[in-house]
Design a protein around this ligand. Structure first.
Ligand code: GDP
Length: 170
């Protein structure tokens, strides 16, 4: 089953988007007693296509790493495991140096990447979305994770990028 991973800076809206897309939670119980990771993994479905959804922001929640090294780690995990990476950026805050750094890693990878601009509910005009073109990851898809805007259009793009049926049968 295809794997879709969400990557992005803290507070960009990863877990809001995860909860918006997630159906059934996949409870993975860790070695540590009582620790489940159902905050991170879920089953997603769109147009009868099923996938595994990962919120990389939920990995290592107690890490004291600086944001950039956390982001590098998120991106590495996504590059290793995901068929499609959703790179989430913040339409209110705009483009940051960390976004550029992660974008470079993702551009060098062979993964399918979808650039997603969250929080478009905030500015009616949303001219801020255009600056994200310079990340070199194609057209940013505008969404509001908290308002549930643009999610269907996003998922249309995501399922398009899945490997062909023949490769994903199991
Ligand atoms: P994460 O750290 O990337 O997982 O981000 P969260 O999902 O925890 O969201 C961070 C903050 O952004 C929360 O206060 C959310 O309510 C807010 N947020 C998430 N999505 C949107 C959105 O589409 N529009 C606005 N205005 N705020 C949002």
């Amino acid at each position: 089953r295809p794997v879709v991973a969400i990557v992005g800076r803290p507070n960009v809206g990863k877990s809001t988007l995860f909860n918006r897309i997630a159906g059934k939670r996949i409870a993975i119980v860790e070695d540590k007693p009582g620790v489940t990771r159902d905050r991170i993994y879920a089953e997603g479905e769109w147009l009868n296509k099923y996938f595994t959804l990962i919120d990389t922001g939920g990995i290592e929640p107690e890490s004291k790493d600086i944001i950039l090294s956390q982001m590098r780690r998120q991106a590495e995990i996504a590059i290793e495991t995901a068929d499609v990476i959703l790179f989430l950026v913040d339409g209110i805050q705009g483009l940051t140096p960390t976004d550029r750094e992660v974008a470079e890693m993702l551009r060098k990878s062979k993964n399918e990447v979808v650039l997603v601009c969250n929080k478009i509910d905030y500015n009616a005009l949303n001219e801020s979305i255009y600056e994200f073109y310079e990340l070199g990851l194609g057209e940013p898809i505008p969404i509001s994770a908290s308002q549930g805007l643009g999610i269907g259009d996003l998922l249309d793009v995501v399922v398009e990028k899945f490997p062909s049926e023949k490769d994903t049968e199991y």
